[in-house]
Design a binder for this molecule. Sequence first.
Ligand code: IMP
Length: 181
Amino acid sequence: MDNTIQIKDKTFVVSIPETDILREVERVASEINRDLAGKNPLFLSVLNGSFMFTADLMKRITIPCEVSFVKLASYQGVATTGKVKEVIGINEDLTGRTIVIVEDIVDTGLTMQRLLESLGTRRPKEIHIATLLVKPDKLKVDLDIEYVAMRIPNDFIVGYGLDYDGLGRNFKDIYTVINEE
Ligand code: IMP
């Protein structure tokens, strides 16, 4: 089989080919073009995982807009709070702006919840969420995710920006891990 790849200890097989991904990205772009026309949205792409989705999405956005990139930095919080994620890289003034968060995948939703909290303190007018993927069965928090390219099962995936231990982001298709039997 040549539609499999090996990354470290895991084998992956193509589960969503590039043509299928791009068809859904196109659909999401037209929904955003329709809904946010006249609002000069600021797309905030969450690095690293969403770089490929962001590029393909932005090529299909035809309304006036801006795009910028943020990162979530994990650091050890004081006392008992454990890991805290801080949003870094926002240089724009978000006051009164229409924001579209561009994410690769919403899994438990905790990362997205943290992002919404953080961006909310900067007084934007509205915040929308656009994500390439959602694993609906793993969602732990109540999120209003308006723009979803694809819903997938719980399995671990790589490719099209997503990684396994830093590897696999460069593949144009999405691959799902094959359970060792
Ligand atoms: P959440 O906070 O549980 O929603 O996790 C979101 C983050 O986990 C994403 O931005 C990804 O970086 C990572 N992630 C979740 N599932 C996968 C996967 O199947 N493959 C690669 N990364 C994943």
